[in-house]
Design a protein around this ligand. Structure first.
Ligand code: PLP
Length: 374
């Protein structure tokens, strides 16, 4: 017997999210290209399968962080244009037909040299700093763009920047204003490129919807689906994480549970043992805070989360049995646990929950599943 920890990925829900974003963009602006961000193994959902599903929908571009992610996609037969966000790879870009994002002059010069050597013209995107403080051309911006534009065999196809606080309209407008100034400058140089700055959260700001957008988290059903936002799209979480109860123990009042004895039974209790722990991305900070769903009901996590095991209180769910399904992330009957819930309990963000939990669980891909009524 082996440990059961499964991340079920609903590819139909992914496709629905993609099309929801697409129609939203159409209603705002006519045609806007979508660069689907699938870095970090598609936020823990499996980049290969997610890319295949999006490619079948005619996604314009896929966006990865590093060259090796793009290579793995090409090896599995993905043909879509792939943008590499954060890498200085030179040779592989040509061999695998990829589009690098250029963030400094030296990188551009090296790519140009290789393009000339191969007799190829390389499409590139330029990353410009407007307030993220991470990566992008930031010194002598205009003259650097000019220098890059004059390099041989480099074709500037896109120009991009990144929002650092998209939920703050005032700050976002400042970043957009900077970016538009750059656009005017580049257009005066006679360069025709397409422009993109919006991540998922940026979609709430009309001015951020330029020629293309780069949603990541929204594709996986988070970020814009909560009410109380400026826009609320009907996005569906696509990952469910499940395990099975390994053991149920009948304990009297006064028994300490797990390391540090942070929880002591306050009554005669049924304590379930679940084979998931912080080594699976079930954060230790969820100790005594989170819930798991058993038989449609929420059971509180009790005591510290261990490396491979977590204990839950099943005293109120007396019908529970060993090998019952445990939903760690997902919903069943009226109970639901979202990545936002786990993030709140753990003091982090849904992105970290998804990338962490998706990591070690065995992935199973399904099409369809139950309809959400939104
Ligand atoms: C990760 C990333 C995105 C996607 O961000 P979300 O918040 O997940 O939509 C877009 N652009 C860049 C440059 C990124 O690094």
């Amino acid at each position: 017997m082996s440990r059961f920890l499964e991340a079920e990925i609903n590819l139909q829900a992914l496709v629905d999210n993609f099309n929801t974003i697409k129609s939203y963009l159409q209603s705002k602006k006519g045609h806007t290209k979508i660069i689907a961000v699938i870095k970090a193994d598609a936020y823990g959902h499996g980049a290969k399968e997610v890319s295949k599903a999006l490619e079948a929908q005619g996604v314009d571009f896929l966006g990865v962080a590093f060259f090796e992610e793009a290579l793995a996609l090409r090896d599995s037969g993905i043909k879509s244009p792939i943008l590499i966000l954060f890498d200085r790879e030179i040779k592989g870009v040509f061999e695998q037909n990829l589009i690098p994002v250029i963030f400094d002059l030296k990188q551009a010069q090296e790519l140009s040299k290789e393009a000339v050597r191969r007799g190829r013209v390389l499409p590139v995107h330029l990353k410009i700093e407007t307030g993220m403080g991470r990566i992008g051309i930031y010194e002598d911006v205009f003259s650097t763009i000019k220098k890059i534009a004059s390099l041989e065999n480099i074709r500037i196809e896109g120009i991009m920047s990144h929002l650092s606080e998209a939920e703050n309209q005032e700050w976002t407008m400042k970043q957009i204003d900077k970016f538009i100034k750059i656009r005017e400058f580049v257009e005066q140089m006679g360069i025709k490129a397409f422009y993109h700055i919006a991540n998922s959260a940026g979609l709430v700001t009309n001015e951020a919807i330029l020629d293309a957008v780069r949603p990541g988290i929204a594709l996986y059903g988070y970020g814009l689906n909560c009410s109380g936002r400026a826009i609320s799209l009907c996005l569906k979480p696509i990952m469910t994480v499940k395990s099975k109860i390994l053991d149920i123990r009948r304990l009297p009042k006064g028994v300490p549970i797990s390391y540090g004895r942070t929880f002591v039974t306050e009554r005669d209790s049924l304590i379930g043992v679940v084979p998931v722990g912080y080594a699976d991305g079930y954060f230790r900070s969820l100790s005594n805070r989170a819930y798991m769903i058993v038989r449609g009901k929420k059971a509180p996590v009790v005591g510290r989360v261990c490396m491979d095991l977590t204990m839950i209180d099943l005293t109120e769910i007396r019908e529970a049995e060993v090998e019952d399904e445990v939903i760690i992330l997902g919903s069943s009957k009226d109970a639901s646990i979202t990545a936002d819930d786990l993030a709140q309990w753990a003091g982090t963000i849904s992105y970290e929950v998804l990338t962490s939990l998706g990591n070690r669980a065995k992935k199973k891909y399904i099409k369809g599943g139950k309809e959400d009524d939104c």
